[in-house]
Design a protein around this ligand. Sequence first.
Ligand code: MTE
Ligand code: MO
Length: 173
Amino acid sequence: MKNNTKILIASIVILLLIASVSLYLNKDNAAKNKALNDNAIFKVLENGNEIASYTMTEIQAIGEKQFIATLDTSTTEPEDYEYTGVLLKDIFIEAGISLENRQAVIVTAADGYSVAVDMSKFLEEDNVFLAYRVNGELLGTKEEGGKGPYQMIISKDPFSQFWCKFALSADIQ
Ligand SMILES: Nc1nc2c(c(=O)[nH]1)N[C@H]1C(S)=C(S)[C@@H](COP(=O)(O)O)O[C@H]1N2
Ligand SMILES: [Mo]
């Protein structure tokens, strides 16, 4: 064989190897993403009674939106992020729960944090979201050092202390 032919064959073999390794790694990633999506359960309650629970795939199907919100904490300067999520009220509508004559929605997190969202704020257009992506990336779990898998975000709030990381459920009262 000519040297050129050898080089060509070697290059093709190396390219094929790289392609199959990355396919293999991606498959792993895809499986992890699927597991994360299936395990990320969000529950919806009415006066303390569980009415429905959703996986991330089901949440997405309710009507994904992109929005900008400013993260402003006691220790950081305000910074804009692009989030992906659904309006929290749309999840209640999907669950067939009436939004009329209510006082508040209590969002509870895996670390015990809990936020009460006033009804008038909750009903506002494009304000109270359940987000699962920030700048295109999944929020990640608390164990992974993330802020999700779900984070309740009040996009029009000037400060973010009433947002809720690691959100597990929302109870309308
Ligand atoms: N679950 C949970 N959500 C939370 C908190 C928290 O301790 N636990 N802290 C709040 C506060 S004080 C701020 S400023 C915002 C942003 O916090 P971060 O900088 O840790 O994202 O999250 C809010 N939501
Ligand atoms: Mo904060």
